[in-house]
Write a protein that binds this ligand. Structure first.
Ligand code: B1M
Length: 211
């Protein structure tokens, strides 16, 4: 197989045009779409995450890397679906009820997708019932919730209670994040995991699912 290191470099540097062009070329050359994700995108997003953790990258760099990754994923997503190959897992993500902040949630969704997960983005203002529905009807194995308002954080607990009520709490891993949250809060509401940053959500989801 050809070496598409340039794809990883395009994602790391946030060059969406290059990411799209290299992806198109790779597909035209018969490269397996999932291997492009695993061999180039995942390491690229790991590197973006590393740079973010050590303050070489900030939110604007994360956003442009996510945009480059999305440009490539737009081409790959339908091909991966057609191939019938299994993603790492299925994640339902949303900003909780009453909350319209979606920049961080979109970053987490993009990172997870770049990390090899299938992502069902439920959007913003997502009710506990909608999260439950995503587990029951769409087979989500991970519920990832984002909240940016202290007033909407309680909706995370209500969602976990709704998952219990529906009898599906033990079928899913619940991950939470967002600027006002803490590890302590996550533990108090009974979430399985918390991350402060979007890139770290990928490792956490992998670890929680044991994949
Ligand atoms: Co609003 N807002 N806002 N706002 N807003 C904040 C959050 C606020 C801190 C500003 C302030 O007062 N200093 C404040 C909240 C105060 C509080 O609750 N204690 C606030 C308020 C009060 C409000 C309104 C109530 C204002 C009003 O109308 N009076 C209103 C509420 C609307 C609603 O939601 N119902 C409101 C509205 C808005 C806009 C619509 C104007 C806009 C949102 C646009 C949008 O998202 N499409 C907005 C914005 C942009 C902000 C600030 C300026 C920036 C938030 C942001 O996008 N940060 C914010 C102040 C600030 O932070 N400086 C503020 C960048 C983003 C990348 O970070 O989302 O934290 P963040 O995501 C991080 C991590 O937290 C993590 O990954 C990301 C990157 O690593 N992460 C996760 C996030 N979710 C995760 C989920 C995971 C894991 C990690 O799951 C596993």
């Amino acid at each position: 197989m050809s070496d598409y290191k340039a794809l990883a470099e395009a994602v790391i540097s946030g060059d969406d045009k290059a990411a799209r062009a290299i992806t198109e070329k790779a597909i035209a050359e018969g490269t397996d779409p999932l291997s492009l994700v695993h061999d180039y995108m995942v390491p690229a997003m790991d590197e973006v995450g590393r740079r973010f953790e050590c303050n070489e990258y900030f939110v604007p760099e994360l956003l442009i890397s996510a945009r480059a990754m999305k440009a490539s994923l737009e081409i790959l997503r339908p091909l991966i679906a057609e191939s019938g190959r299994q993603p790492l897992g299925r994640v339902a993500i949303g900003t909780v009820k009453g909350d319209l902040h979606d920049i961080g949630k979109n970053l987490v969704a993009a990172m997870l997708e770049g990390g090899g997960f299938e992502v069902l983005d439920l959007g913003v203002n997502v009710s506990p019932e909608q999260f439950v529905q995503a587990v029951q009807e769409k087979g989500a194995e991970v519920v990832a919730m984002s909240a940016l308002l202290t007033t909407t954080m309680p909706s995370m607990k209500l969602t976990i209670e709704a998952l219990k009520q529906a009898g599906v709490r033990d079928k899913v891993k619940v991950l939470v994040g967002g600027a006002p949250l803490t590890q302590k809060f996550a533990a108090e509401i009974g979430a399985d995991g918390y991350t402060e940053t979007a890139p770290a959500a990928v490792g956490l989801a992998r670890q929680q699912l044991g994949r």
